[in-house]
Each structure stands twice: as C-alpha cells, then as structure tokens.
Design a protein around this ligand. Structure first.
Ligand SMILES: *Cc1c(COP(=O)(O)O)cnc(C)c1O
Length: 405
C-alpha cells in the first residue's frame, strides 16, 4: 500500500514507501509477498529476527496471564531477569525502563545522585563526546549535543560538557571540580559506527578511577550480543559503573534497563525514581526469552563468526567499488560502510534490490542484521550491495557521458 497523501501521524519521520505485513527471521514480507532482506533489524532492535518462535511463545504465553502490574507489588520475572543480567555483567542492580532514552535518564540521574549522596551535590556535570547519540528527551539531547536535535526546544539542559571524539587534551580540560561522570558509547551507532579503540576505553576507565568519576556506558545499540560479546565493552576488558541498555534486550518489545554497581546506585533509595510501565510482565517475559537464546553457550561465538564473514565480504566489496566505498568499520554484526557518495543514495540503491540498510552520521551506511542471520543471508546481502554499488557507478557515469556527447 502506498503511503497516504495526508497522514495523521506527526511528520517527524521521512518514511520510505515500504509497508510490511509480517516477518520471518531476517526477512520482511510485504502484503503482496515481496521478500525484503532486513539488515537494519529495526535499528538493532530485532536481535533474534522477526517472529522468533521462542519470543512469540514467551509473549503470547504471558499475554494470557497478566499484562501489567504496578511496581508497587513483587515482580518475580523482573527479579529473575535482573539477576541474570547482574550475573552476566559487572552490575549488582538493574532498573527497568521502556526505552533507551529512559535508561539513559536513569543513568544520568543515578550518577548525579551518587555524588549528592557522597555530600558533593555540585558534581553533577557529565562529559560526553561529539557524534554521540543518547536519545530524544530533553536531557539526552543535551547529552548527545547535536545541534539539529537541540535547536528550537528551549534552553539546553545544563550539566553536559562535550568534547571531540578522540581528543585527550580536550577531555582532560573538560574535567573540572563539577564533573561527576563520563558518558560514552563503546561503539557510536547513530554517529556512524565509530568504535572507541580498546586502549582509549581502558584509559577512560583509569581516568575515572583517578578522578573519582563514574564511567557510564551507553550500550543501547552495541549491547546484547551485537558485537559478538554480550556487551561491547568486554572487548576492552573494562567495566563501567553504570550502563544503559535497550534495543536488543527486548527483541522488538519496547524495553530498556539501567545496570549499575551497588556503589554507583547507592543514592537511588525508595522513592527517588520510578516508572509506570518499566518492568511490566510482558517485557520481562520477552527479556528473559531473549536471554535464553543469547546466553546459549554457542550463540555469541556464532555472532562473532558471522561478523567476521560480513567484514571479509565488505572488504571485498570495497575493493570492487572504490568509487562508492571509502571505508569499512565496526565490530561483529554492527558494521558501517562510509561512502564517497551520499550515504542515502546507497541506502536507496540497496532498497531497490530488496535489502534494508540504515544511514548514520559521518556519511555511513549501517549494517545491523539480526544476530541469527545465516551465512547464506550474508552472502545474499553482499550480492545485493554489489548490484547496488554497480547501479550507483552506472549513475555516476551517466552525466559524464552526457557531457561528452
Ligand atoms: C537508540 C539509542 C538510544 C535511544 O533509545 P530510544 O529507545 O530511541 O529512546 C540511546 N542511545 C543509543 C546509543 C541508541 O542507539
């Protein structure tokens, strides 16, 4: 069905003219039966692909029992999910949210409250990095620091000091007596799949320890197996004090979480924070089901192997199409293609070959297939990208040919 000429949905998204009726694994299917290969996975949300039987069973089974319970009562499935997340990570405690931005809000509030509980309420400032994306609430747009998201929405929330990505001197200069934390994505997602080198992450951890700062990681996009480890920071062998997650943990059901050490969370006592829907039984059932699969002994190794295959095939693609592709970067199944042409041209050309990929900052095209993607599907995606690149090269030749004639 084509997009309606007039829509009653607030037009804050420029939507592609694509309508899907259902999904199966890495595939999306239109009403007229066209099969489209999904290498965006809802922007890293559908970690286990579409309609994964274990997730469908968990959600529908829970739907017949209980949808919503206030956080005024006990939450056994939430207890179980929190314990499993804590056991699998650095964390001692977990706060459940409905989105990534809310997980970041909880993380930011927690860091401020920590210093306040230590008798230093003025240490509320947080250092963030250029190109970051932390969500669309008033605090998280201030944290992300991107002008296009901040402009027109009134005074920017105070307390965020942004430094250029990878500039040590600027980072040290930005840390003052009012600084309480550093917030960073181990791999920038919206910023264009920019991984923070492992030695830099280690240096950030050391800097935080030296200066009594909390290290907050935003793993909303890079977490839950995306890079081939459960969380991307594991590649650097470091641990944060606070971490925001979302996207993949719900496998398509809206949920997020703020994970923290008991020390970092010590200011968050009864009544200091809350949510109506966070931790609801539907989300907890699905979150536990996602972990059932992702924590299977072989699962992350398979993601890492699929990631290597994808990286190899992308390197070959770059060699074949040097006029289109400038650079390949990323980790696991979180890969970016930086293009010489406008990135949205490659997104559109791929779409013409029934492949969904997603644009990002720094003129990058993101590949974020579901973690269950098979080798044959990776090959198929690369064939489609190959044809898309050839189409674009053909388009590039056209104007020259026209000028010569
Ligand atoms: C998507 C994203 C967010 C925001 O998540 P929402 O669920 O859209 O609020 C925050 N941080 C990162 C790194 C993200 O990729």
């Amino acid at each position: 069905m084509p997009a309606p000429a007039t829509s009653s949905i607030l037009p804050v998204y420029a939507r592609a003219d694509l309508t899907f009726e259902r999904g199966e694994g890495a595939w999306l299917i239109t009403a007229d039966g066209r099969r489209v290969l999904d290498f965006g996975a809802g922007i890293a949300v559908n970690a286990l692909g579409h309609a994964h039987p274990h997730l469908v069973e968990a959600l529908t089974g829970q739907a017949a029992k209980l949808w919503h319970l206030s956080n005024l009562y006990q939450n056994p499935d939430g207890e179980r999910l929190a314990k499993r997340l804590a056991d699998a990570t650095f964390a001692d405690v977990v706060f459940f949210t409905n989105s990534g931005a809310e997980a970041l809000e909880a993380s930011i509030k927690m860091a401020r409250k920590y210093h306040s509980a230590n008798g230093e309420p003025d240490r509320f400032r947080i250092v963030t990095f250029e190109g970051a994306f932390h969500g669309r609430t008033l605090a998280t747009i201030a944290a992300g620091g991107q002008k296009k998201y901040i402009d027109g929405f009134g005074p920017k929330v105070d307390g965020f000091d942004q430094v250029p990505f990878g500039d040590d001197a600027a980072l040290k200069a930005a840390i003052g007596p009012g600084t309480g934390a550093i917030l960073i994505e181990p791999v920038q997602g919206e910023g264009g799949i920019r991984p923070v080198p492992t030695e830099r992450l280690r240096a950030l951890r050391e800097l935080c320890d030296e200066r009594g700062l909390l290290l907050i990681l935003d793993e909303v996009q890079s977490g839950v197996g995306r890079t081939g480890k459960l969380f991307a920071h594991e590649w650097a062998g470091i641990e944060p004090d606070i971490m925001a997650i979302a996207k993949g943990i719900g496998g398509g059901f809206p949920m997020g979480a703020c994970l923290a050490t008991a020390e970092a969370a010590k200011g968050m006592t009864a009544g200091t924070h809350g949510t109506t829907f966070g931790g609801n039984p539907l989300a907890m059932a699905v979150g536990n089901a996602v972990l059932d699969v992702v924590l299977e002994p072989d699962f992350l190794d398979r993601v890492a192997r699929a990631g290597l295959l994808l990286k190899q095939r992308l390197a070959e693609l770059k060699d074949r199409h040097p006029a289109v592709i400038a650079d390949i970067r990323g980790e696991g199944l979180m890969m970016g293609i930086r293009t010489h042409i406008p990135n949205t041209d490659l997104v559109r050309a791929a779409q013409d070959h029934d492949l969904l990929v997603i644009s990002a900052g720094d003129n990058v095209v993101r590949l974020l297939p579901p973690l269950i993607v098979g080798d044959a599907e990776i090959s198929s995606a690369l064939d489609r990208l190959d044809r898309a690149c050839s189409d674009l090269e053909e388009e590039m030749r056209q104007p020259l040919k026209g000028a010569a004639e």
